[in-house]
Design a protein around this ligand. Structure first.
Ligand code: NAG
Ligand code: NAG
Ligand code: NAG
Ligand code: NAG
Ligand code: NAG
Length: 345
């Protein structure tokens, strides 16, 4: 076999290797390497870092001490199967802005020390089961802006250390039960900008201490009692831009640490009494703020409980001017915080 035939075969999907003017300028500023066709390589005590952007050609052979590899903006549709062979020290791999539609199940086997994998803006609609079987050190996985319509628990199997999982900007409609059951170290889960209508009630059983949950820009209709119950340490909760018409009275009950809540731009007309008991004053400061604007609130006695809570917490309330009564007719357009439709003692 000639060494030629074993050379890596990076396959660009686009027509050329041209970048926008802005990006080229940026690269020039950042790299200023002698040869514009070479990747930027820097060495430190920790190993080699390799930074490739077009028109540089991605490397045929990775130095054995490579700890950091960037191959971005090439429109690659495939990676050679042995891409990472011999780079067993690799800690970060950035492959954003290509057109990868699939990966081989063996892709990550050579890099058991990988900590960060960024696949933002590719064309992945599935992952091979077992992809992460050797990835017990991976703590950050970014699959933002791909074409995922479904997920399977087996695809994420092996991610013992995963703390940050970004699945935003895909086409997810449902999630399977038990998806995160083994992801005990998860701290941030981003499912925003998908097509989710319902979530399995056991979704958050598994992670031991989730801190940030992004569910914004989906199609969620109801927030039930069970979803958040396993995560008393949640600090940031993003639910804006959904289709919520109902939030169950106990939905926030277990939350003891919440610092931020965004419920804006939903279809809430009212919320049940007791919903707010665990949040804000006097229980907790809700110090990063909350937003309930952009909902068609019906300002009658049913909002009594919410109104009192708003008064006690108005110092961290966002978008007051857009938090308005949509009804009854006589109060339409009135700011919720003005109250006036009920006696407050
Ligand atoms: C990748 O595709 C984009 C969009 O079609 C194009 O603007 C860009 O020049 C392509 N880049 C390369 C390196 O082919
Ligand atoms: C080398 O790795 C150590 C530990 O991970 C890190 O603190 C240090 O900043 C790294 N040095 C360089 C030059 O990257
Ligand atoms: C990815 O898909 C292409 C086209 O379906 C196929 O030719 C190729 O073998 C696949 N690669 C892997 C690693 O599964
Ligand atoms: C979760 O962990 C259990 C126990 O180690 C294992 O039997 C199961 O296959 C794992 N599930 C997934 C989806 O990885
Ligand atoms: C807002 O909060 C302050 C103190 O936190 C309180 O004195 C005031 O009455 C509240 N109400 C309004 C409508 O601002």
């Amino acid at each position: 076999m000639s060494s030629q035939s074993r050379e890596r075969n990076w396959s660009p999907g686009g027509l050329g290797f041209y970048l926008s003017r802005i990006l080229s300028l940026l690269l020039l500023l950042v790299t200023s390497t002698p040869s514009p066709k070479a990747c930027l390589v820097s060495n430190s005590v920790n190993g080699s870092s390799i930074n490739c952007h077009p028109p540089a050609e991605p490397p045929r052979h990775l130095p054995a001490d490579t700890v950091y590899l960037v191959v971005e903006f090439y429109n690659l549709t495939q990676l050679p199967a042995d891409t990472l062979q011999g780079a067993s020290s690799l800690q970060e791999l950035h492959l954003s802005n290509n057109r990868l539609a699939n990966l081989s199940a063996e892709f990550l086997l050579p890099v058991p020390r990988l900590e960060v994998l960024d696949l933002t803006h590719n064309a992945l609609s599935r992952l091979p089961p077992g992809l992460f079987q050797a990835s017990s050190a991976l703590h950050t996985l970014v699959l933002k802006d791909n074409h995922l319509e479904i997920l399977k628990a087996s695809w994420l199997s092996g991610l013992k250390a995963l703390a940050f999982l970004d699945l935003s900007g895909n086409c997810l409609r449902t999630l399977p039960p038990g998806l995160l059951a083994n992801l005990t170290a998860l701290q941030t889960l981003d499912l925003s900008e998908n097509l989710l209508e319902v979530l399995p009630s056991d979704l958050l059983r598994g992670p031991v201490q989730l801190e940030r949950l992004h569910l914004d820009s989906n199609r969620l209709k109801v927030l039930g009692d069970d979803l958040l119950a396993p995560q008393p340490g949640l600090r940031y909760l993003f639910l804006q831009k959904n289709s919520l018409v109902a939030v169950a009275a106990g939905a926030f009950q277990g939350l003891r640490e919440l610092d931020m809540l965004d419920l804006s731009d939903n279809i809430l007309t009212s919320v049940p009494t007791g919903l707010w008991a665990a949040l804000g004053q006097p229980a907790r400061a809700m110090k990063e703020g909350f937003d309930i604007s952009g909902n068609p609130w019906v300002c009658d006695r049913n909002l009594d409980d919410l109104y009192r809570w708003l008064l006690a917490n108005n110092d961290t309330m966002f978008s007051r001017k857009d938090t308005l009564c949509a009804g009854p007719e006589a109060l339409r357009g009135r700011a919720l915080l003005e109250g006036g439709w009920l006696p407050v003692r």
